[in-house]
Design a protein around this ligand. Structure first.
Ligand SMILES: NC(=O)c1ccc[n+]([C@@H]2O[C@H](COP(=O)([O-])OP(=O)(O)OC[C@H]3O[C@@H](n4cnc5c(N)ncnc54)[C@H](OP(=O)(O)O)[C@@H]3O)[C@@H](O)[C@H]2O)c1
Length: 259
């Protein structure tokens, strides 16, 4: 497929690099106004341009990774040049209905919510589309399955997906930062501490994904009666470990919904 990414910032570049590195037979173009910032992508065989319409007629999928306030301007620029295109949008808060209205009946709106781990083939990309766009939706799902997981979800959960998968990256990293800091306090230099913390999180996630069990079942396997793990967990929970995370996620969702 030919994928045309408009908005070569944090997310657009991550997806472009992920496609170039982890999928086969796909060609990627990325655009942004200050194109010098993404020139280095050419080393990966990615085409870069400051012209949003650069070869856009040849694209199979146009991916929007711009800020919400940039959407109308970009669409006004590209719509006269395209027809019968899949337009996948990662723009937070922009509903399929609104996007479909903006792009007209000749193009096909798909909503995606990847995260920046797409760059390493490890994004959790939630995808949603209307029933009559299933054929196009499946093409986008197949693309993002090459960059991690790509569950199709109900559109009403898209804001929740933004918080859990996109903001969730920051939440997980903050956990790792705290774990690393604690590692320094108990004797490691920061690099060793970070390497141990990151691999431990990766291992825990791998176990969960492979065994498909409730986390508490795995926690039970490392929790010896009267041991250090239960002592640590109890102390963390007494300081609101789980509840602060849950409250943070709910607060992020309120923010996105404008409540
Ligand atoms: N970051 C994430 O983890 C993440 C995850 C999921 C969804 N999202 C959503 O993805 C969108 C982008 O987020 P981001 O974090 O990647 O933002 P960002 O880093 O600011 O990237 C946006 C890019 O769009 C470019 N741009 C602005 N106007 C443009 C135009 N007229 N034509 C072409 N490119 C233009 C900007 O570059 P120039 O100024 O050089 O043009 C910028 O590099 C947002 O809607 C966000 O909510 C982000």
């Amino acid at each position: 497929m030919k994928i045309h990414i408009i908005g070569g910032g944090n997310l657009g570049v991550s997806v472009a690099v992920g496609i170039a590195k982890f999928t086969e037979g796909n060609q990627v173009t990325v655009t942004r106004r200050s194109v010098a910032n993404i020139k280095h992508l050419e080393e990966l065989g990615i085409t870069v341009s400051s012209d949003n319409k650069h070869n856009i007629q040849e694209a199979d999928v146009i991916l929007l990774t711009i800020k919400p306030y940039q959407v109308d301007l970009v669409l006004a620029e590209i719509l006269p040049a395209i027809s019968n295109k899949i337009i996948a949008s990662a723009v937070s808060g922009l509903s399929i209905e609104k996007l479909q209205n903006k792009i007209g009946p000749l193009n096909h709106a798909i909503r995606v919510m990847p995260n920046i781990a797409a760059q390493f083939g490890e994004s959790a990309t939630c995808i949603t589309f209307q029933d009559d766009k299933a054929t196009y939706g499946k093409e986008v799902v197949a693309l993002f399955e090459g960059l991690g997981t790509a569950p199709v979800i109900d559109e009403k959960l898209m804001d929740a997906a933004t918080v859990l998968a996109a903001s969730g990256t920051a939440f997980a990293l903050r956990y790792m930062r705290a774990s690393m800091q604690a590692g320094i306090e108990i004797g490691f230099d920061w690099k060793t501490s970070l390497a141990i913390s990151a691999q431990t999180v990766k291992g825990a996630a791998e176990m969960l994904m492979q065994e498909q069990v409730h986390p508490e079942q795995l926690i039970d396997r490392v929790t010896t009666p009267q041991g250090c793990t239960i002592a640590g967990l109890s102390e963390m929970e007494s300081h609101g470990f789980s509840s602060s995370l849950i409250r943070g996620i709910k607060s992020a969702l309120k923010q996105i919904k404008g409540k």
